[in-house]
Design a protein around this ligand. Structure first.
Ligand SMILES: Nc1ncnc2c1ncn2[C@@H]1O[C@H](COP(=O)(O)OP(=O)(O)OP(=O)(O)O)[C@@H](O)[C@H]1O
Ligand SMILES: [Mg+2]
Length: 326
């Protein structure tokens, strides 16, 4: 009998004692026991599976229970927690009770077939879906324990805590320097020395400094596509965001530029927390620590990248990573 035949509640509950943060940057305390993946009393971390299929669950009107590998329980603290999160575009439900957590200073890849809700989930983190009138959400998301969807959350302040890199690079028609320090200027920083220091640090972090250090005041639009994307990453990291969201950041790049950006994302591990959507499974395997597989708006399986690609536990994941669908 399949272990998923009994409906189970999502168990990554918000900690009743979670801190509201002090507004002074990342507050990444480990989640209190009883509220995290390691709570073995509740079967969040599946041990059996291999039989589970989203299609079977839908056909049998069962809630699909994601398989989360036990190794993730030890990867703390969490910067982002998604808790039983659902999203509807009008009457159409795009996300179904997604529960997952992104550990600090790790790269997490979101993979899955087109239309499974990867971009919807990513955009929800900085509430870009607010711009769509018909959108309704249930459940929670917390960024360093501070609620993302609370009515009291100021969306502008929230977005300042998050960096976003899109599929197509979008440098502003300004100099390289002004692109990088744009966020700092918005925050009111005027000191030349600080701006110069942040510009250099961000370009170094984005592996672009060597290529542009002698032309910082040239237009960003004169850079190549791959350089422009790394510039956008430099701009995103300049404000030291608590999380960096990337939606298929290499899909418009040639293989050489892709390799550079992948190397860069890989090098961000340890310093930045990254949630990246990719269609390219080799890319997910190369750049990420953990991988989450989504299908039909559900989180299906979430675990260390190597385990997801070499030894997945769910039938749907196995089919997807071996190219049987999608
Ligand atoms: N603005 C919107 N209005 C209505 N439905 C939408 C909107 N954006 C996305 N959807 C629907 O939500 C579902 C998830 O879309 P989403 O863009 O999140 O998928 P995705 O996994 O990012 O796909 P892809 O890999 O093709 O980018 C799809 O069925 C899509 O048609
Ligand atoms: Mg998408």
């Amino acid at each position: 009998m399949s272990p998923t035949e009994t409906p189970r509640k999502a168990v990554l509950h918000a900690s009743a004692s979670s801190s509201a943060g002090d507004g002074n940057g990342p507050d990444t305390k480990p989640i209190a026991r009883g509220s995290l993946l390691a709570d073995r009393e509740t079967p969040f971390v599946s041990t059996e599976s291999g039989q589970g299929s989203v299609i079977d669950s839908i056909a049998e009107h069962r809630r699909f229970q994601a398989v989360v590998h036990p190794e993730l329980a030890h990867d703390l603290p969490h910067v982002l927690r998604v808790e039983d999160f659902s999203l509807y575009y009008g009457a159409a439900q795009a996300l179904h009770g997604v529960t997952m957590a992104v550990p600090q200073h790790k790269v997490v890849a979101l993979i899955g077939p087109s239309g499974c809700g990867k971009s919807t989930l990513l955009r929800s983190v900085n509430r870009l879906n607010d711009l769509i009138d018909s959108v309704r959400t249930t459940g929670n998301m917390l960024l360093n324990d501070r609620p993302i969807f609370d009515t009291k959350t100021d969306v502008i302040s929230l977005r300042k805590r998050i960096g976003m890199v899109f599929q197509k690079s979008n440098p502003f028609p300004k100099s390289i320097f002004e692109n990088v320090v744009y966020g700092l200027r918005l925050m009111g920083e005027k000191r030349r020395g600080v701006l110069q220091e942040v510009c250099e640090r961000s370009l170094r972090d984005a592996a672009l400094w060597g290529e542009v250090k002698d032309r910082l005041h040239d237009s960003a639009l004169a850079l190549s596509g791959g350089q422009q994307q790394r510039l956008c990453i430099a701009r995103a990291v300049a404000t030291r965001p608590e999380i960096l969201l990337m939606d298929e950041p290499c899909s418009a790049l040639d293989p050489i530029a892709t390799a550079k950006v992948e190397e860069l994302i890989h090098s961000l591990r340890g310093s930045y927390t990254v949630l990246i959507v990719t269609h390219n499974m080799q890319q997910a395997a190369r750049v990420s620590d953990h991988t989450a597989f989504m299908y039909l708006g559900r989180l299906v399986e979430y675990g260390p990248t190597e385990a997801i690609f070499r030894n997945p536990r769910c039938r749907d994941t196995q089919d997807y990573v071996t190219g049987r669908f999608g």
